[in-house]
Ligand binder design. Structure first.
Ligand code: COA
Ligand code: ZN
Length: 207
């Protein structure tokens, strides 16, 4: 039985349990070659193409389009209405806010083929992209960085940086837990501390 048929069984259920650990809405269209991890849920009208790989424990909201070869790690939350194009990689625990936008061509023209010029985007572990933000291709969003709602990212975002605006500028530093750090690079919420090493913000691991 083809994968599509498996998803169409029990169409009367709001959410079809494909097996004990995956929830895939019957309206989702998932190519046979795509790999979907355990305990991942995929909601209404999602399209997952080709050899996309999606990890375990992910939550993919309605109307998400994931193109061939996209790689999504474990524990990634993808809110509604997001297109993730070839060349985008999201590491573990990334959060993509509703309606955020990825790009993969820097200077598109409808009448010029630019597939060979696609630029990639890497969203590193634990990073958050706010609602409606736009990520210009060819950049890296650092680990645990936070991109504000509506920001337009035109450069790499350092690890733990908080960026906002158009073009996105660094307006602070955020903790693993998502709270802004104080001037001593301490988190008043969870107690984690950070220091700058070679210009990079680094978490001080507890001994
Ligand atoms: C960027 C963000 C994390 C900052 O939160 P915060 O630290 O509580 O920020 P504050 O409200 O204290 O604002 C600090 C300053 O940044 C500005 N600011 C805050 N968010 C901004 C944004 N998204 N874009 C531009 N400027 C922003 C504020 O206007 C304020 O400016 P001011 O100092 O000139 O008055 C937050 O505003 C944001 O955008 N979160 C994303 C929410 C989201 O998309 N969630 C998706 C899941 S539903
Ligand atoms: Zn913290």
């Amino acid at each position: 039985m083809g994968q599509k048929n498996i998803f169409q069984i029990n169409n009367h259920l709001r959410v079809k349990m494909e097996n004990t650990s995956k929830k895939i809405h019957p309206s989702a269209i998932i190519d046979k070659e795509a790999i979907i991890g355990d305990n991942t849920s995929i909601w209404q009208n999602c399209i997952i193409q080709g050899k996309a790989i999606i990890g375990n424990n992910c939550k993919i909201g309605a109307n998400v389009y994931i193109e061939d070869n996209v790689k999504i790690g474990n524990g990634v939350k993808i809110k509604n209405n997001i297109a993730i194009y070839s060349g985008v990689v999201c590491e573990d625990d990334v959060f993509l806010g509703p309606n955020c936008v990825f790009t993969n061509v820097i200077n598109p023209r409808s009448f010029i083929e630019r597939k060979a010029e696609f630029k990639s985007t890497l969203v590193k572990k634990g990073a958050t992209i706010g609602a409606n933000a736009t990520i210009i291709c060819g950049h890296v969003i650092g680990k645990y960085a936070m991109v504000g709602a509506g920001a337009v990212v035109t450069k790499d975002v350092p690890d733990f940086a908080l960026v906002a605006g158009n073009p996105a500028r660094i307006i602070g530093t955020v903790c693993v837990c998502g709270v802004k750090l104080d001037k001593d690079l301490c988190c008043n919420k969870c107690g984690r501390t950070y220091k700058i090493i070679n210009g990079n913000t680094c978490l001080v691991e507890k001994q």
